[in-house]
Write a protein of this length. Sequence first.
Length: 242
Amino acid sequence: MTMIEFRNVSFSYDSGNPVVADLSFSIGRGETVGLIGANGAGKSTIMKLLLGLVTGEGEITVDGLPMNRQNLPAIRQRIGFVLQDSDNQMFMPTVYEDMIFGPRNYGVSKEETDRRVDDVLKCLGLQELKHRYNHKISGGEKRMAAIATILAMEPEMILMDEPSTALDPVNRRTVINTVNRLPQTKLIASHDLDMILDTCQRVILLAGGAIVADGDAETILRDRELLEANRMELPFCLQGRR
């Protein structure tokens, strides 16, 4: 079953300079797809289009719902978005208060919300952060807490924009392992191609707002010539290999 579909979608921040142009692709329920490309390729714009933060031409559907003003609340309830900048996501005084904000506002009971919070924190090994103040935790801890707030909402689909930014190796591996366990549909935009290789079965490569390649992650991420032609390099784990 299709979870996301773009049909001939175009968007420009200013007339005559499209950020994405005539873009068409679909993502099935339960797929984990990596969205890669150099800076300015259109990755973040695709995320914004999926959340209805910007409106372009063409058709977008999420879980069968056409993207329009009437359907936007239902679409956003299905999507959890891990922002690139955790400071823009963590706005309550404590980690616990941030984690309960979404579920409680969607009508989830306090008991169920507290169960979700404890389960997610245990899964991520973050129990000690539960009642910590956001302004007193490190950048890496805040990044992990931001991911926890989205998981506590139990969305049907998760969008992640540069999820490994500011993470130390241990927390980065925790995020990778967590992503691999999650059953939700996942779209991950990242320059961390090693993480994409570890988490995604499929990759969409963007350049100039168009799809250059769409297919098996291993095949695309091992193609040195393709990546270098689009201002990227092989994942570190593959560099030096032929």
